[in-house]
Design a protein around this ligand. Sequence first.
Ligand code: ATP
Length: 139
Amino acid sequence: MSTLKLDVVSAERVVYSDDVDIVIAPGIEGQLGILPHHTPLMTTLQVGELLVRKGAQEFSLVITGGFLEVRPDRVIVLADAAERAEEIDITRAEDAKRRAEEQLKRRTPEVDVAQAEAALRRSLARLKVGEKRRRRRGS
Ligand code: ATP
């Protein structure tokens, strides 16, 4: 069976690079499933989970937005920030969530609501991916 080469790159580092069977990405208009021989495309990603299947294994990453390019047998994700599920610091994400929620509750003039909402979305995505992994390992 043919595979896809997936590269997930942030400004800081190569977050993930491997040959995989399927990529399911958080496209701006919903989930985007990419199999080998997918039509070439470029699209914007939103905050969310990027799911990768390789044989019987499944990997999750969190992406905080960016771009995705599909080339013949290759997928490149340029992420604003990205972490593999095992790299997510859940306590840090919980703190970020609490800070964002407090800001949104206070709504004083110095609070940038759009920024706080974006921080909340990032923290929730990290918690979703991080806690899913924790549950799987626990079971
Ligand atoms: P925080 O307020 O905790 O910094 P943030 O959403 O503002 O969260 P980002 O700007 O998205 O953070 O990311 C900055 C850097 O920190 C990136 O390298 C990102 O991968 C990393 N990062 C952010 N939150 C976490 C986390 N909970 N676990 C692991 N890495 C994280």
